[in-house]
Design a protein around this ligand. Structure first.
Ligand SMILES: C[S@@+](CC[C@H](N)C(=O)[O-])C[C@H]1O[C@@H](n2cnc3c(N)ncnc32)[C@H](O)[C@@H]1O
Length: 284
């Protein structure tokens, strides 16, 4: 798992496997990840969006399932939330822990793959965050359903899932363009797709020192993600475009952030009272 170099095989366009995130986030890329996301610039662009949304919902306990190098876990801990930081990749978790320590925060880290999350995490949470375009690493519908079902299962009855994704509809339908202001904020790091089809976007990342890395990702269409979320049981869905609840479609936001509610509200008619005479009959 702890390979030194990325290896997408002889034909990288064929590398479409859910497990490949392990070989993509090699130690050397993890070391560079913070150059790509630039914590300070990212904190500025996200503002209080996640913290405020979680506070508004009365959230206390958060599970960060895609901790990466720890950006959101550290922010949320500093803001007073009780946070558990999970990720499947050990290089990422080690970096997150180190980043936390540098900022005076001790992260509670758990290495687990989303598909078996409830095997490793038995507590319940008010919110799960899966941010930084992470869900895109799952390459089969079976894996996506299983991961969402696992997220659903470790949420409290009225818990919420916040999951974001690139605007792949725009990439697939109109080609790639980015305002480059929201997520990957690092200056001088070039991030662009090298290949796009309905089953794969292969992104190329070139860093200041000219080193090059790739991530193969599944291009999630927004309506498809909504459908999966509903089908595993999430009830209410709200999507934000680049942190705004209302966004003109022609603006083509770079990112969508989906907020999915677990809380089940039964149909009103289930609460229609049984007429008294029938109730008396039943009681006999
Ligand atoms: C693009 S990084 C995002 C990290 C962080 N959330 C951020 O915004 O900077 C995606 C993260 O998801 C993790 N990941 C991908 N697939 C996973 C899986 N099946 N189970 C657990 N973690 C996974 C990777 O190890 C990686 O740390």
């Amino acid at each position: 798992m702890n390979k030194k170099k990325q290896d997408h095989g002889a034909n990288p366009i064929d590398a479409r496997d859910t497990n490949q995130y392990q070989g993509e986030y090699v130690a050397s890329l993890v070391e560079k990840w913070d150059e790509l996301i630039d914590w300070e610039a990212r904190a500025k662009s996200e503002g209080e969006f996640f913290i405020q949304t979680l506070k508004d919902r009365g959230v206390k306990r958060v599970l960060d399932v895609a901790t990466g190098t720890g950006f959101h876990s550290v922010q949320l801990k500093k803001a007073g939330f009780n946070v558990v930081s999970a990720d499947g990749n050990p290089n990422m978790l080690a970096k997150a822990f180190e980043n936390g320590r540098k900022q005076g925060v001790t992260l509670q880290v758990v290495q687990t793959d989303w598909r078996w999350l409830s095997r490793d995490i038995t507590n319940r949470f008010d919110a799960i965050i899966c941010l930084g375009n992470s869900f895109t690493h799952l390459f089969t519908e079976k894996d996506r359903r299983k991961a969402l079902a696992e997220f659903y299962s470790v949420l409290n009855e009225d818990g919420i899932l916040m999951l974001d994704q690139r605007n792949y509809d725009n990439i697939l339908d109109n080609g790639f363009s980015t305002k480059h202001t929201f997520y990957y904020c690092g200056d001088g790091v070039k991030a662009e797709p090298e290949h796009i089809d309905e089953g794969l976007t292969r992104f190329r990342y070139e860093f200041n020192d000219k080193s090059v890395y790739h991530l193969n990702m599944f291009p999630l269409r927004k309506a498809y993600v909504h459908r999966l979320m509903r089908e595993v049981g999430f009830q209410e869905l709200t999507s934000y475009g680049d942190f705004l609840e209302t966004y003109p479609d022609e603006d083509h936001p770079d990112f969508f952030i989906h907020l999915a509610d677990k809380k089940y509200v039964a149909d009103a008619q289930q609460f229609i009272k049984v007429p008294k005479e029938n109730a008396d009959e039943k009681g006999k």
